[in-house]
Each structure stands twice: as C-alpha cells, then as structure tokens.
Design a protein around this ligand. Structure first.
Ligand code: TYD
Length: 223
C-alpha cells in the first residue's frame, strides 16, 4: 500500500456507467473477453450486489415494495459499495488485476443525487467516505437518450425493477447528471454514444484502455 489511499493499486479500475438499457453489461463483457484474450487477470463485478452482503442490499434497494427514505437509500448503496470495495475491489487492484465493474459512485451521484432530493456533493462525499476515496482509473459513460433506453427495455421481456419503472423525466435528469460528471472529470471519463454498434463501441473502449496499460504485457496501469 502507498500513502495515498486513492491510488494504492498496481491494477486498473474500470467502471461502466449510463442509464438503464445503455448496454453496460454488453460492453463490460466485450472488454473482459478482449483483456482475457490478451492474458490479463480480470475481475468482473458490479454494484449493487458484488458481494454476499451486497446481494442482500441489492434486494432491498431494487425490489422492496414501498418507499425507502432517500437518505436510507443513499446509505444502502454506500454500504454495498463500502463492503464491495474493501473485500473485492481493493484486494484485486492490489494483486494487479484489472477490475471491470458495472456501476460505481457516479451512479449514486446521478440517481440518488440528481434524480432525488439529495445534493450531488453530499452523495459523492458519502461514497468517497465509504470507499476511502477510491476513484476509477477510467469510467466509460454509455450515453443514451431516455426514450431510446425505454424502447430497449420494452424489447426485453424482464419485469422492471423499482428504479427502471421511474418516469422518463427522472431518467432525463440522471442522464444530464452523468454528462455533467463527465464534463467535470474529462481525464477519468470516456463518453460514448450508446446508439453506436456494440463492436464499434468496444473498439473505442479498447483504444482508451490500451493507453492505460503497461506496454510490456505486465498487468497494471502505465505511469
Ligand atoms: P441493475 O439491474 O444492476 O442494472 P442496470 O440498470 O445497470 O442493468 O440495476 C441497478 C439499478 O440501481 C439501476 O437502476 C441504477 C441503480 N443504482 C443507484 O440508484 N445508485 C447506485 O449507487 C447504483 C450503483 C445503482
């Protein structure tokens, strides 16, 4: 461990963000396959629900019928994140693995902060406290208009979870918040138009990741 808790790792921490139906899981899968084919050690995970405790929390936040107070909801996501980072993400990064994760703290800022009654800074600070300041090395934002996202979700046969059933104006606020976050941290974010073909998007992600990997074939971040 180094003195700086935000960059203690030899590995690379990559997160995928975007609205429901933007194709994060597909892109995470394509990236995982590409990295594994190149011989890299990869840990593929997600929030909420990347641990046993997280699965229990996920069940509350996504499937509880009835209201959850906004602060309680924010704390539940933060609790999931705290446990996940400490038991899965940081150990993997310390080993030098590449962590590919569906959703992280930007989702909390976008969903709990922008869409609801809490402020973006307090939601972000809560997650930073929960994770001792761990930020991704790269965050891929798959940007998609909420009406296009709804069409994609309608095409799926799965029943909607609590957040997926929210109105389109909520999703529009979430989308705008993700774009604001990306603007504020251009070095961390790669913003892609999620309507582009999956293979093309994946090549764009690969090109960016390639700049972050050590050239020698060693696992880990360059620089
Ligand atoms: P999930 O089915 O995992 O994902 P996806 O929509 O990415 O396929 O649902 C996760 C839901 O949880 C999604 O609607 C966004 C929401 N969420 C938050 O509101 N806050 C958070 O911090 C995270 C990680 C997710």
């Amino acid at each position: 461990m180094t003195a700086d808790p935000r960059h203690p790792h030899a590995g690379l921490f990559v997160t995928f963000e975007g609205g429901d139906g933007a194709g994060k899981t597909t892109q995470a899968g394509l990236l995982e396959a590409w990295l594994r084919a190149a011989g890299r050690a990869v840990v593929r995970t997600r929030e909420p629900g990347g641990t046993e405790v997280g699965v229990l929390i996920r069940d509350i936040v996504l499937h509880h019928r009835g209201d959850v107070a906004p602060r309680a909801e924010a704390l539940l996501y933060a609790a999931d994140r705290a446990h996940h980072v400490e038991t899965v993400v940081r150990p993997a990064l310390a080993r030098g693995d590449i962590v590919i994760q569906d959703r992280y703290l930007d989702s909390s800022v976008a969903y709990q902060g922008a869409g609801r009654v809490l402020g973006r800074d307090e939601v972000r600070d809560l997650s930073l406290w929960a994770t001792q300041g761990l930020l991704p090395d790269l965050t891929v934002l798959l940007d998609l208009d909420p009406s296009a996202a709804r069409e994609r979700r309608d095409a799926d046969d799965k029943p909607f979870d609590r957040l997926e059933s929210e109105q389109d104006d909520f999703h529009a606020k979430v989308r705008a918040e993700f774009l604001t976050l990306a603007d504020a941290e251009p070095d961390r974010f790669l913003v892609l138009d999620a309507r582009r073909p999956a293979e093309e998007l994946s090549r764009a992600v690969q090109a960016r990741i390639a700049t972050l990997l050590t050239p020698a074939g060693d696992v880990g971040a360059a620089g």
